[in-house]
Design a protein around this ligand. Structure first.
Ligand SMILES: Cc1cc2nc3c(=O)[nH]c(=O)nc-3n(C[C@H](O)[C@H](O)[C@H](O)COP(=O)(O)OP(=O)(O)OC[C@H]3O[C@@H](n4cnc5c(N)ncnc54)[C@H](O)[C@@H]3O)c2cc1C
Ligand code: SF4
Ligand code: SF4
Length: 419
């Protein structure tokens, strides 16, 4: 089991030391969250994870993923050890005991994929394993506007299904958990939110925290999302759902149920270059390395979800719904390296292919390109090299400390531009 009462980063602490419970410091009780719109401690690199909206801002210097990279220590605290950099699967996908592809045998209508995340969260509430679930619904006035909540019923969890493809302050509800006196909680979130949560989890007064993570990359703020939709979709106002898929196309689902496909290689890279949030251009936690259980799609065959069980808590969670899943082993084929190397200068120069050439390229790469885990490595390599360059160019003084060792090792396989 993952220990609770995990210590926040302490520079004096040996990250490999076993985790023991640490008394709560309660330093947060006198602190106050920032007012909406106030500048955040991580400045432009803030991913709006929500921590600074609460009194847990007291720990921001240690907890914020953009102010204090502490991957090894938090992996050790969460899983009992840091990832093994000599093991290729761990280097890329983090500490894990099991990995496979799965589908919910009774897909949840309107979920992002087959609704494995919502299914599990509902099950945990129904069985009384947790009293609340941190998740994010839509704001009533904006279908893509995030509205984090602590769900107490399956109906509230189901109302949070489907991605809100924007930065979301999920941790802004942390104070509610402490005030409600909750002791057992499930948190659903993406990497930057989970890094901050892991660093403060011993301060919330919980007996047990379960963490269900999703991979995440290339997120945007609400204005960036609008620009992306307007630049890329034929009908931005009717998009209800989109995903960058393993077939190298963006799949937009519209209100009338129609699907629009846009090849990655046809994206207007020049226009879109500054659309991704600076936080996401500086992020190296694509596969949510600190969650107990990860549910995504990147390492699975097209139209399957990808499940990564990181520790005993993750296995305990998955066991609740195993019999509701159709599964198959993960596989891997193709060779990503050349495509990644070529994408580095192409992205830098904002190369955009005409649509006919992009479609042709998409068809070719779908047939002969990397698949399964190799597709996931392709995506990780492309984003890590891009984000490494972004950090080197825009925040050179933080490069050494901010980039985790696993990401440095991945990036070192490629030749980067000198400046
Ligand atoms: C912003 C974002 C980017 C992603 N990028 C990738 C990727 O590049 N590769 C990959 O393999 N998988 C990615 N995923 C995960 C994937 O898209 C699915 O969310 C995952 O497979 C679960 O699908 P589902 O049908 O089980 O989820 P559902 O049952 O539909 O549940 C979705 C859950 O996501 C939560 N959520 C929605 N929006 C946010 C948000 N902005 N921040 C935090 N939590 C949120 C909701 O609370 C809900 O509980 C991403 C997810 C998000 C939210
Ligand atoms: S990313 Fe989160 S912890 Fe860091 S400054 Fe922003 S709100 Fe605060
Ligand atoms: S890409 Fe990274 S920083 Fe951006 S929202 Fe996702 S996990 Fe957070």
């Amino acid at each position: 089991m993952t220990a609770v009462n995990l210590p926040a980063s302490d520079p004096a602490r040996d990250p490999a030391a076993p985790i023991t419970s640490k008394p709560r410091t309660l330093a947060h009780q006198k602190a106050k969250g920032l007012k909406p719109g106030s500048p955040k401690p991580a400045k432009e690199r803030c991913s709006e994870c929500g921590l600074c909206d609460t009194h847990y801002i007291a720990y921001v210097k240690e907890a914020c993923a953009f102010l204090n990279q502490q991957f090894d220590g938090l992996e050790t605290a969460s899983h009992g050890r840091p990832r093994d950099l000599e093991n290729d699967r761990e280097l890329y996908f983090g500490v894990h005991q099991e990995m496979f592809a799965a589908r919910n045998t009774q897909p949840i209508e309107g979920a992002q994929w087959t609704g494995i995340v919502s299914l599990l969260a509902c099950e945990m509430l129904e069985r009384g394993l947790v009293e609340g679930v941190i998740c994010v619904q839509n704001s009533p006035t904006d279908r893509f506007g995030p509205m984090p909540i602590v769900a107490r019923t399956p109906a509230e969890v189901l109302a949070a299904k489907v991605n809100k493809p924007t930065l979301s302050p999920n941790l802004s509800v942390l104070e509610q958990i402490e005030q409600a006196g909750m002791k057992r909680v499930l948190a659903i979130g993406v990497g930057c939110q989970i890094q901050a949560l892991r660093a403060v989890q011993h301060e919330i007064g919980l007996e047990k925290l379960y963490v269900l993570g999703m991979p995440c990359v290339d997120n945007v703020d609400r204005a960036g999302l609008q620009k992306f939709l307007e630049t890329t979709s034929r009908s931005p106002e009717t998009v209800v759902h989109y995903e960058f898929m393993q077939d190298f196309r963006v799949h937009f689902r519209h209100e009338d149920g129609s699907i629009e496909l846009v090849p990655f290689f046809g994206l207007n890279t020049k226009e879109l270059k500054d659309v991704f949030a600076p936080s996401c251009m500086s992020c190296f936690d694509y596969t949510n390395g600190l969650a107990d259980l990860v549910v995504g799609y990147m390492g699975a065959p097209f139209q399957w979800q990808w499940i990564v069980v990181r520790n005993e808590t993750g296995a305990e969670m998955l066991d609740l719904i195993r019999d509701r899943l159709e599964t198959q082993p993960v596989s891997s084929s193709g060779d990503r390296k050349q495509a990644v190397q070529q994408s580095i200068p192409a992205y830098d120069q904002g190369v955009t292919l005409p649509m006919w050439a992009a479609r042709l390229m998409g068809v070719f790469i779908e047939r002969f390109g990397p698949k399964g885990l190799e597709y996931a490595r392709f995506s990780i390599d492309s984003h890590f090299t891009r984000n490494y360059l972004y950090t080197r160019r825009n925040h050179p003084e933080t490069l050494e400390d901010h980039v985790p060792e696993f990401a440095k090792k991945i990036v070192s396989q490629y030749q980067l531009p000198k400046s």
